[in-house]
Design a binder for this molecule. Sequence first.
Ligand code: SF4
Ligand code: SF4
Length: 441
Amino acid sequence: MELKKIQNILREMGVVGAGGAGFPSYAKLSDKAETIILNCAECEPLLKVHRQVLEEYTYEILSALSDVVKTCGAEQGIVAVKSHYTSTLNALRAEIGAFSNLSISTLEAVYPAGDEIILIREVTGKTVVPGSLPISVGVVVCNVESMLNVYNALKGNPVTHKYVTVAGEVKTPLTLCVPLGTKISQLIHAAGGATVDNAEYISGGPMMGKLINVNDVVTKTTNAIIVLPQNHGVVLNKKLNFKINLRRTASVCCQCRSCTELCSRHVIGYPVEPHAVMRLFSNGGKGDMSVVAGAMYCSGCGLCETYSCPQGLSPRQVIAEMKAVARQNGLKPPTDVPFDPNVKDAELKKVSVERLSARLGLTKYDKPAPIHEDFATKQVKIMMAQSIGAPAIPCIAEGDAVKAGDVIGKVKDGALGVNVHASIDGKVTTVNEKFIKISKI
Ligand code: SF4
Ligand code: SF4
């Protein structure tokens, strides 16, 4: 199939990165790609979607990956998977022989191995220049569920469902396949309910996920719901007040450099120096301003705030605020900063997921969360903006009858974005520019 044709199909069928920011998949594919990496690192504690989906749909995912490699004119596809995901690896080894353009690369159990820049370095040995995209070194990275969605799209089936792991303080941790637009409270109920009073809910992993409300709904990027007590360290960290963090920085940051020495971007040679940013802010913004440009390459992995800092400070939050101001002012990270990817002792500075999990107080929640495909709901609220780019524009009216898979929101011609589809059969009860509600008749 031609590249343009497959891109059109993925745009029409609503395929985006099934996790993270949700970049539209069609826009990632390029005829400049030499290697397509399938990212099954899944490095945040408690997340269990990708390894299970890859084990369950091995042939389908490898088949789609092989097609994408051919379509882009790439040399190879590499499935990057953690070496301790034994059953996933066994399933891969049983099927991969049928695909001559694919191979497997095993990864260590370290965080954040799933960060695209770090993954590319681990798998290919290439380091992406700070501020550049993976394609600059001839690589495209796709995630596992997105590739299953590519397989389905090529068969004419749009994205209507999402796999979500429900873990933490619930009776029965599990991984559900749910219609897009399902309320989070229904997922918690399916997992037997919260086992603590006044629980807090995180969408995504404990490191990079965000606190949400049980009335929020599943979107194309919802990978996990982690339920935790309201006084759990991970929750308190996410509620950290910026002004208090700054005041504490000024009084207790001892400039030990631990945050910089273990920073996941610093250890691959990027000029990210969180300790220097904290010094700048402690001095009321007076000092070496060049550290601001370097901090633009922070990935937000959170290691500095949850793992490295002995004082419980959050360089990540300070840098995130700084980056937000830079974005508002139209500033982009420069691509011409000097950097040396050969960092001394980089191997010794890798952070084991097991140790990270223990440090976060999450080890007791690391339980199996098997896939359940039989979830059903009577009502969905489907968001028009579920990925990076322009939101879809509703193309149906209140009172219309729809079937699962019908287009209900269309992306504007020429805009970065994808179509949105009904996830259940039913009647449209609400339409506005933000969401569409559908109820079973
Ligand atoms: S969040 Fe902290 S550790 Fe992670 S990249 Fe940014 S500065 Fe480095
Ligand atoms: S680890 Fe904490 S105390 Fe040490 S320099 Fe970084 S922010 Fe300051």
